[in-house]
Design a binder for this molecule. Structure first.
Ligand SMILES: [Zn+2]
Length: 97
């Protein structure tokens, strides 16, 4: 389910604790079973990216995903977070269909 929200993008994620692990530059956020997006009309690539995160969350039984995502971000940083690498790798797969 897609939820358009300007509010969530205006939060200062660096200060509001359980969200400190979020990248403040994000345009979308997957919090199972929802995808929040900051642009009124989100790009297909963004939606596909977030859908991959929803699959990762289902795979990790939600809580396992968040614990590992947080850990990976702390250990490797956002760009090298294996969950992000997987999402960036497949976010444009729909163009090949
Ligand atoms: Zn991502």
């Amino acid at each position: 389910m897609l939820i358009y929200s300007k509010f969530i993008t205006q939060l200062d994620f660096k200060k509001s604790w359980p969200f400190i692990w979020l990248n403040p530059r994000w345009k979308g956020k997957a919090i199972w079973p929802f995808i929040f997006h900051a642009d009124q009309i989100p790009s297909r690539t963004l939606i596909e990216h977030e859908k991959i995160h929803l699959k990762q969350q289902a795979r990790g039984l939600i809580i396992g995903f968040y614990l590992k995502y947080f850990y990976y971000n702390w250990k490797y940083g956002y760009e090298n977070n294996p969950y992000e690498i997987e999402a960036y790798k497949h976010q444009d797969d729909w163009k090949k269909e």
